[in-house]
Design a protein around this ligand. Structure first.
Ligand code: PLP
Length: 401
């Protein structure tokens, strides 16, 4: 299938084709304008980019390795490589974006950082970056998520952050986002909202992509060194879409490199049982952006389910909706059970326990390999490590720890 090169997106209105944009209260528009201009100036400033790169190296531990999965490769008759975002400080790719945004906020003279978190991974990454840079940090988290993820609540507090429980709605991520947006509207002059994925009103999807693009920039160099050519395909899980777009971006104009994203198929096809926005959703507007959303006939946002908290969100990042529309990227779904099996497989075969989110990408590995030529090269993004999920997996499998 031909893979058309995407236009330069987003355009100056923050649009990815018909998606993206800014659907926010008008009191936030000046703040979004300031952020757009401040980010553009920072990214042109060698000193800012240099400071970011230095911290990625010396604090986060980049570049992360590109590991050849030798035994999986033999099993599949393809050359499978793993991009090891699990080896980053704090255990996932989220620190790339959190660190970049906290540095940006400091440069813009903000005194205070707020963020939302679901499973707590972005909250921990943001609290970590705030401790490093020296900014006050408040994290909004649904009370149901706080109960399910209590070790991460304690981690954030150890790092000096204030964690505020959100008791509205379903007491989960979308309610935490609403509360963070409310705080931002009230305190916009001295506060930066550190949004955790490639989502939200412009310029957040652009900012997050830019800070995460290091994943694909490294992988492109690493695969050329290892194989002397570009890969045939890339594979990543898609919650809001930041680890996937971070891997994809450096390859966007390489027509021979196919892009595969994987959504959470949960425990069934019925609305409410999964978080596969492209396979059960339709276009709409939610929390600042136009994109594909799981909603009912009246446009009410639907509940979602996934074994992995990081993929459990009713909307997908707008750039993914665009890449899908133009046929540049393809999106698959992976069920809870397939993801759990894939987690066991990588642990047993390659000695790496992946996060449940990353296990969704690994869960469609065989299906994607079948679509590649024999000896074809595939890079899978291992977006995070599975340590955080061990207790939950044991519970699901009836093992008491
Ligand atoms: C949060 C998270 C994700 C999902 O978020 P994206 O923005 O889609 O990358 C995936 N993997 C891990 C390990 C996460 O913590």
């Amino acid at each position: 299938m031909p893979t058309p090169a995407p236009k330069q997106v987003p355009d100056r209105h923050g649009r990815f084709g018909p998606y993206g944009g800014r659907y926010v209260p008008e009191t936030l528009i000046p703040a979004l304008d300031e952020l757009t201009a401040g980010f553009a100036a920072a990214w042109r400033d060698k000193a800012f980019v240099g400071a970011f790169r230095s911290l990625l190296a010396d604090f986060v531990g980049r570049p992360t390795p590109l590991t050849h999965a030798a035994k999986l490769s033999r099993q599949l008759d393809r050359r499978v490589y793993l991009k090891r975002e699990d080896l980053n400080h704090t255990g996932a790719h989220k620190i790339n974006n959190a660190l970049g945004q906290v540095l940006l906020a400091k440069r813009l003279g903000k005194a205070r950082i707020i963020a939302e978190t679901g499973a707590g991974q972005h909250g921990v990454a943001t609290a970590t970056a705030c401790a490093l840079v020296g900014l006050k940090c408040r994290i909004y988290m649904g009370t149901e998520d706080m109960r399910r993820q209590s070790p991460n609540v304690f981690r954030m507090r150890l790092l000096g952050a204030e964690v505020v429980g959100v008791d509205s709605g379903t007491h989960t991520l979308k309610d935490a986002v609403n509360e963070a947006l409310r705080d931002w509207v009230a305190n916009v002059t001295d506060t930066h909202y550190c949004l955790g994925t490639a989502y939200g009103p412009h310029p957040f999807p652009l900012i997050c992509r830019t800070f995460q693009a290091v994943i694909g920039e490294e992988a492109r160099k690493q695969i050329r060194k290892a194989e002397g050519r570009l890969p045939d395909a890339l594979l990543a899980c898609v919650g809001g879409g930041s680890n996937a777009i971070g891997l994809f971006h450096a390859f966007r104009n390489d027509a021979g490199v196919r892009l595969f994203g994987v959504e959470a198929g949960g425990r069934g096809a019925a609305l409410g049982e999964h978080a596969a926005r492209f396979d059960g959703g339709r276009p709409g507007v939610f929390q600042g952006a136009a994109t594909w959303i799981l909603q009912d006939d009246a446009g009410q946002i639907q509940g979602t389910h996934s074994v992995s908290a990081g993929l459990d969100y009713a909307a997908v990042g707008p750039e993914h909706a665009y890449l899908r529309d133009i046929g540049r990227a393809e999106y698959l779904r992976c069920s809870d059970d397939q993801a759990l099996q894939a987690m066991h497989r990588l642990a047993e075969v390659e000695g790496i326990i992946p996060a449940l989110e990353s296990s969704h990408a690994l869960g469609v590995l065989d299906a994607v390999c079948e679509r590649l030529p024999k000896d074809g090269i595939l890079i899978v993004n291992v977006s995070g490590r599975g340590d955080k999920d061990v207790a939950e997996v044991a519970r699901l499998e009836g093992v008491s720890l």
